[in-house]
Design a protein around this ligand. Structure first.
Ligand SMILES: NC(=O)C1=CN([C@@H]2O[C@H](COP(=O)(O)OP(=O)(O)OC[C@H]3O[C@@H](n4cnc5c(N)ncnc54)[C@H](OP(=O)(O)O)[C@@H]3O)[C@@H](O)[C@H]2O)C=CC1
Ligand SMILES: O=C(CO)COP(=O)(O)O
Length: 345
């Protein structure tokens, strides 16, 4: 049994706290809103983020980050990408020993274009950081908290630590694999949110399953194109953190990204959609970051580009779809065509 601090008491931090509590660990769930921590400790619920779910009693809520860190050697960092630096600054100011950080956020920082493991390595003093592990895969909090079957991947450059985290989380409902390809895992997890927004828009506009299948398949192609260009292993994109997460996020009503896209497709304004969601929609900022990455690396990402025009340049969703469908014709597999062209028969 371990003492584990879960930092971030939103839907995903709370669902992961339940998995760890089910495995018999002492879980300290830190949140920055004291009234929410009181609810967690007195009613064993977190109604705003996981309505109707009873929390195990070995989850204790903390509103002091310092107290939540005492005697722990593992932190699960479960706040939106936007809040990562701020929370890490609080951790490094209060921490008195070294720790392993498991991050579970799916985003890329616009402008700096850093992945989350890179931000952690920058913000945490080296002597305090034993390892960074990413936990990612097709996993909605609403289902995990109900112990529905889920599979995810723990990824780290330090495979011993990845296996340690695998052991902490794995149980009969929650199966954890490992993968050493941190870049591929983080890029797949972050960029699938862009495609889920686009899939929601497509559904909101009234397009059907053909369009959804096209978005998932061509979305994966552009995620893999960018991801392998910046050092991810192409095989990772056909795994849980690539196609797996893309499928669940583009097809599930639980997905905040899909739901936001759906409302945009139905004609609602972005500000209004984000205000009413009440939870983080990571894909919006990630679209900006991915658009910047695609320009930096010269990688074609037409779906990302189209979504960028809708989110940041006021293009209508219908016009964005039209421009995607009428752009210059291309091969499905450019690399394959190049190989075949160079082969002498
Ligand atoms: N929900 C899911 O099913 C999954 C989510 N993820 C990823 O997990 C990450 C977290 O998402 P999720 O839990 O869903 O988001 P939610 O919106 O459900 O919760 C976010 C939590 O973080 C808190 N928070 C925000 N900013 C700060 C801050 N500066 N300091 C402290 N706490 C802060 C929020 O507090 P407040 O209540 O005050 O806003 C809230 O408790 C995202 O990157 C998401 O992509 C990954 C897999 C599954
Ligand atoms: O990452 C997720 C599922 O794997 C959650 O997706 P949403 O943020 O779109 O709800």
């Amino acid at each position: 049994m371990e003492k584990i601090a879960v930092l971030g008491a939103g839907s995903w931090g709370t669902a992961l706290a339940i998995v760890l509590a089910d495995n018999g660990h002492q879980v300290r769930l830190w949140g920055h809103r004291p009234e929410q921590i009181t609810e967690i400790n007195h009613s064993h619920t977190n109604e705003k983020y996981l309505p109707g779910i009873e929390l195990p009693t070995n989850i204790i809520g903390y509103s002091s980050i310092e107290e939540s860190l005492e005697g722990t050697n593992t932190i699960v960092l479960a706040v939106p990408t936007k809040a990562i630096r701020e929370v890490l600054n609080q951790v490094s100011a209060k921490l008195k020993h070294s720790i392993t950080i498991v991050h579970v956020s799916k985003g890329i920082e616009p402008d700096s274009l850093l992945r989350i493991s890179e931000i952690i390595e920058l913000e945490m003093p080296g002597h305090m950081l034993e390892a960074v592990v990413v936990l990612s895969g097709p996993s909605h909090a609403e289902e995990v908290s109900r112990r529905h079957i889920t599979t995810v991947t723990a990824s780290s450059l330090n495979m011993e630590k990845a296996e340690y985290i695998q052991d902490l989380f794995i149980n009969q409902h929650f199966r954890v694999y490992t993968n050493p390809d941190v870049i591929g895992v983080e890029i797949g997890g972050a960029l699938k949110n862009i495609i889920a927004l686009a899939a929601g828009i497509s559904d909101g506009l009234g397009y059907g399953d053909n369009a959804k299948a096209a978005l998932i398949t061509r979305g994966l192609a552009e995620i893999a194109r960018l991801g392998s260009k910046i050092g991810g292993n192409p095989l990772t994109f056909s795994g849980l953190t690539g196609i797996g997460d893309l499928i669940v996020t583009c097809t599930s009503i639980h997905s905040r990204n899909w739901r936001a896209g759906n409302l945009l497709g139905k004609g609602h304004k972005l500000e209004e959609v984000l205000e009413n969601m009440g939870m983080v929609v990571e894909g919006v900022r990630t679209t900006k970051a991915a658009q910047q990455l695609s320009e930096k690396y010269g990688v074609k990402m037409p779906i990302t580009e189209a979504l960028y025009q809708v989110l940041f340049n006021g293009q209508s969703p219908k016009d964005a779809v039209d421009s995607l469908m009428t752009r210059g014709k291309t091969h499905e597999m450019e690399d394959l065509v190049n190989i075949m062209d160079n082969r002498s028969f």
